[in-house]
Design a protein around this ligand. Structure first.
Ligand code: PMP
Length: 452
């Protein structure tokens, strides 16, 4: 039984002492005090199925006993020591993480958040290439440091302050709403019975690549491309998947222009997409730099950048230092997360449970006019809510909110995303079961039937 601070007191402190623009999901925000596996408990002890996983962050389940154990043991032994000394954990973890990577991606830098990871990668790309210009995709989210904010491309996160120079955006190849279409060509189980006629060379993908080339020619001073950033599936932007050949094509253009390709795996990494451990593998490329956070630490502040020894050389021109990055506690947790994913076969579970869930949600899509699209891979799933299937106009914020509130009432926590907040996002702890997936579909069915 919860005996802590009252809800009313939290409301009053929030008004006075917390970031006033920090948004909360519900009309009356939920307050949780306890978590276990895929479950969250509110102050009154009500249980919710957590299908948002702290925004793709809880990878192996809330309060996993193995993580509690290694954290306790590590803080009993050595809680913190500066990286100017050696300690065992950072070495063990760097090796373990590098072992999950293909090719020459063997050099690991530890930081504390996804924003920091992308910020460091930005420095790395510029330091290594000696060039300046950066491209990212519209509708992307890469974080909130001053420089990275400029790469992030969602109006909700724009401040009217001078931006960081040399950062450009190109059209997001959104296969559902995008100008060039291509909805049959993404890597998602929902496409299985909707085969595209293009035989793997998606025309929409080619047109988007052409558009990037044209943006590159217009906007970048000659030979000045340092890097191209992409989430391997866009998360905050609303689980946007790209035409199958797009990333590979862009990768080649970036290489031809002397730039580096940076894959942001903050949401898609660590087995969440099911078929692969890393999202970039589904696109058939090996990036030059990979950034990761969230699921890496199952909620512990931990993030990393992995690159090749050659690119890492660029940072040798001055000292790069981070006080907490690679802290013994963080590394102990990171190792435990890798162990648990393997021991509990969570990547396989994400594939099996996620695939069935996506296919069941696709049945809801066929049932309701207001479900325009169901997409995703493994346990990274999006449901795009629209006024009607023809116009694809985003469902009004009020009606989207009604659906979220109804789900909450029925014990289900889901997220939302996209510029209009009309895309439901499912990115639960990867330990959810088939029963949880069935419950999710039943609740969404009920909630949507009331609003539709
Ligand atoms: N990249 C992606 C893809 C993200 O989703 C996020 C966070 N939503 C970030 C980077 C930034 O991570 P953080 O909030 O840990 O700084």
């Amino acid at each position: 039984v919860y005996k802590g601070m009252s809800y009313e007191e939290m409301v009053s402190i929030r008004k006075r002492n917390l970031n006033p623009t920090l948004s909360t999901l519900y009309r009356k925000p939920l307050a949780f005090y306890k978590g276990s596996k895929q479950w969250l408990f509110d102050l009154d002890g009500n249980r919710y199925l957590d299908m948002f996983g702290g925004i793709s962050t809880i990878s192996v389940g809330h309060c996993h006993p193995k993580i509690t154990k290694v954290l306790t043991e590590q803080s009993d032994t050595l809680g913190h020591v500066s990286n100017v000394y050696f300690h065992e954990k950072i070495h063990e973890y760097a090796k373990r993480l590098a072992d999950t990577m293909p090719g020459n991606l063997k050099c690991v830098y530890f930081v504390n958040s996804g924003s920091e990871a992308n910020d460091l990668a930005l420095l790395m790309a510029r330091a290594h290439t000696g060039k300046y210009d950066i491209f990212s995709l519209k509708n992307c989210y890469h974080g909130m440091t001053y420089q990275v904010m400029e790469m992030t491309s969602l109006s909700t996160y724009r401040f009217s302050v001078p931006g960081s120079p040399g950062i450009y955006k190109t059209t997001v190849p959104d296969v559902y709403k995008g100008v060039w279409g291509g909805s049959k060509c993404r890597d998602s189980p929902v496409q299985a019975n909707r085969k595209c006629s293009c035989m793997g060379i998606c025309e929409a993908g080619i047109k988007y690549i052409e558009e990037f080339k044209s943006d590159l020619n217009c906007m970048v001073s000659k030979n000045n491309l340092a890097g191209f950033w992409a989430e391997t599936i866009q998360g905050v932007g609303g689980i946007v998947q790209f035409p199958k050949n797009y990333i590979k094509g862009v990768y080649e253009v970036v290489k031809q222009n002397g730039g580096l390709f940076v894959a942001d795996e903050v949401q898609a990494g660590f087995g969440r997409t099911g078929d692969h451990f890393w999202g970039f593998e589904m696109h058939g490329i090996t990036p030059d730099i990979v950034t990761m956070a969230k699921g890496i630490g199952n909620g512990f502040p931990l993030a990393a950048v992995v690159t090749t020894p050659e690119i890492a050389q660029g940072l040798g021109k001055a000292t790069h230092f981070n006080t907490f990055g690679g802290n013994p506690l963080a590394c102990a947790v990171g190792i435990a997360v890798l162990d648990i994913i393997e021991e509990e076969k969570l990547q396989e579970n994400a594939k099996i449970v996620g695939t069935d869930l996506i296919l069941d949600l696709a049945k809801l899509r066929d049932k309701y006019e207001i479900i325009g699209d169901v997409r995703g891979k493994g346990l990274m799933i999006g449901i795009e809510l629209v006024e009607d299937k023809t116009s694809k106009k985003p469902l009004s914020p009020e009606r989207c909110m009604d659906i979220l509130e109804k789900c909450k009432e029925l014990g289900l926590v889901v997220g939302k995303g996209g510029s209009y907040g009309n895309i439901l996002r499912l990115s639960p702890p990867m330990c959810i079961t088939k029963e949880d997936a069935t419950f999710t579909v039943e609740v969404l069915d009920k909630a949507i039937s009331e609003i539709a």
